[in-house]
Design a protein around this ligand. Structure first.
Ligand code: GTS
Length: 218
């Protein structure tokens, strides 16, 4: 399998974390797509993913799967023993809901802030920017952090008592926030403690090295 990837990108990081959690790293190779050069908006890449975003998973038979949630579900079900997306109907429902909520209220909001209210990927890629919209989305993401802090006051993980895809999505949001220096509010003690624990997981700690070996040796 191939993964079209960008080694510092928060969304591709979600898939690399999932791969490591599933111990599937050896089954994929990474193809780097340079976002800053706009390689994800070329006709060749748009033919792989209509949305022009990373990551994309390409199977041996050429099937293309975009969207982190869809890729994670595919990987999680490969061996028939899902560990990240739930086994019972209830678990699946809660994990999907919390992961979607993490996208809507945190990760996607930070991404809009990046593309609209910062230089983003540069003038070549950011052809329309609306700073006010971007700043509103940053504030939305900070409210999202407060929401997840409240959730994590009452349970060990984002979707209950086990690590899941929903944790990975919130991790993606906080990776993006870190990159943009958007602080986790000081009062979000439970969210910060959880993030500290998440950063101790090898899948999270080694997420960049997995697709960019040059960075570890260099
Ligand atoms: N909903 C998509 C998913 O979940 O896969 C969003 C993917 C996404 O926005 N990916 C970013 C991207 O391609 C990659 S990164 O910002 O994390 O590096 N952004 C480029 C763009 O022009 O939007």
């Amino acid at each position: 399998m191939k993964i079209y990837d960008w080694h510092t990108g928060p969304y591709p990081a979600r898939v690399r974390i999932a791969l490591a959690e599933k111990n599937l790293q050896s089954r994929v190779s990474f193809v780097s797509v340079d976002l800053r050069k706009g390689e994800h908006k070329t006709p060749e890449f748009l033919a792989k993913n209509y949305s022009g975003t990373l990551p994309v998973l390409e199977l041996e038979d050429g099937t293309l799967i975009a969207e982190c949630t869809a890729i994670t579900e595919y990987l999680d079900n490969l061996e028939g023993i899902p560990t990240l997306t739930g086994t019972t109907a209830r678990e699946k429902g809660i994990i999907h809901m919390m992961s979607k909520r993490a996208e809507l209220e945190l990760l996607d909001a930070i991404s809009v802030y990046f593309h609209h209210a910062t230089p983003g990927l540069g003038p070549h890629v950011e052809i329309y920017q609306n700073v006010e919209w971007g700043l509103r989305q940053r504030d939305k993401a900070m409210r999202g952090m407060q929401y997840f802090d409240a959730v994590l006051k009452g349970q060990s993980f984002v979707a209950g008592e086990s690590f899941s895809m929903a944790d990975i999505t919130v991790i993606g949001g906080l990776i993006f926030a870190d990159l943009l220096k958007v602080p986790v509010p000081a009062e979000c003690v439970a969210l910060q403690a959880w993030y500290g624990r998440m950063n101790q997981r090898p899948s999270v700690r080694n997420r960049i090295a997995m697709s960019d070996p040059a960075r570890i040796s260099g």
